[in-house]
Ligand binder design. Structure first.
Ligand SMILES: [Zn+2]
Length: 72
């Protein structure tokens, strides 16, 4: 017997669910924690980056790996 049909038959009432959502972002930005300038130009998840320099005030800061992602 084939393995896949057997596994499905063993869970007749199992409801399928999606556990991964893929997003292709058009633009990612955050605000400088010192001067609040919106810093743009990121095209991947910037969480966890260290030593990011604000283009406006020159402040250097880190982005928490636990920073909230807000889909707008
Ligand atoms: Zn700044």
């Amino acid at each position: 017997m084939k393995a896949k049909p057997q596994a499905l038959a063993a869970l007749p009432s199992a409801r399928l669910s999606v556990s991964c959502i893929l997003i292709e972002p058009m633009q990612i930005w955050f605000h400088c924690p010192r001067c609040d300038t919106a810093l743009t130009g990121f095209f991947s998840d910037p969480r966890g980056q260290a030593n990011v320099e604000c283009q406006a005030c020159g402040e250097e800061f880190d982005i928490s790996p636990k920073a909230n992602l807000i889909i707008v």
